[in-house]
Design a protein around this ligand. Structure first.
Ligand code: HEC
Length: 134
């Protein structure tokens, strides 16, 4: 019995570590995507904005699948899953808006682009605040 409990504990720690490593890998994709959008703004590269938004959208589904946010949280939070979904929806909305902007580079509204970019960062950070206990 004791052996069983120990091995169960071991495997749950193992799968937690595995999921976390996976999460970090996915987060790095997000990070590169957001940097690309920023580059687009700073260097006046409209394609970078489009490409960055594409990468965010490709990666976004994983956020909706985060059922385990509460695993990372200091305190038990019942609505962590719903929170992750809501955050994902907002990031998706702003990334889609960026893509709409980039369709017509001549008439791009940079004020809107900057706003979308900032709102994406706000959403990223709002989850990290919870996860990291900031
Ligand atoms: C629903 C929650 C959630 C959202 C939203 C979220 N992240 Fe994360 N992020 C995590 C978790 C969990 C980790 C791993 C734990 C940690 O680093 O504190 C993480 C870690 C990271 C890391 C550190 C990776 C490493 O190498 O340690 C980066 C960079 C990152 N996220 C970028 C982003 C960006 C950019 C966005 C927005 C586009 C974003 N994240 C949105 C949950 C989230």
């Amino acid at each position: 019995m004791k052996k069983l409990i120990v091995s169960m504990l071991f495997f749950s720690v193992l799968s937690w570590a595995g999921e976390n490593a996976q999460r970090v890998k996915e987060m790095k994709i997000f990070s590169a995507a957001v940097e690309l959008i920023q580059k687009g703004i700073l260097y006046n590269c409209k394609d970078c904005i489009d490409d960055g938004a594409d990468r965010v959208l490709k990666n976004i589904k994983l956020l909706e699948e985060i059922k385990d946010v509460k695993e990372f949280l200091p305190k038990e939070q019942k609505y962590a899953y719903k929170f992750a979904q809501k955050t994902a929806k907002l990031i998706e909305m702003y990334a889609k808006d960026l893509k709409d902007q980039a369709v017509d580079p001549k008439n791009i509204n940079m004020q809107d682009v900057i706003n979308d970019y900032s709102q994406i960062i706000v959403q990223c950070t709002s989850c990290h605040m919870r996860v990291r206990g900031w």
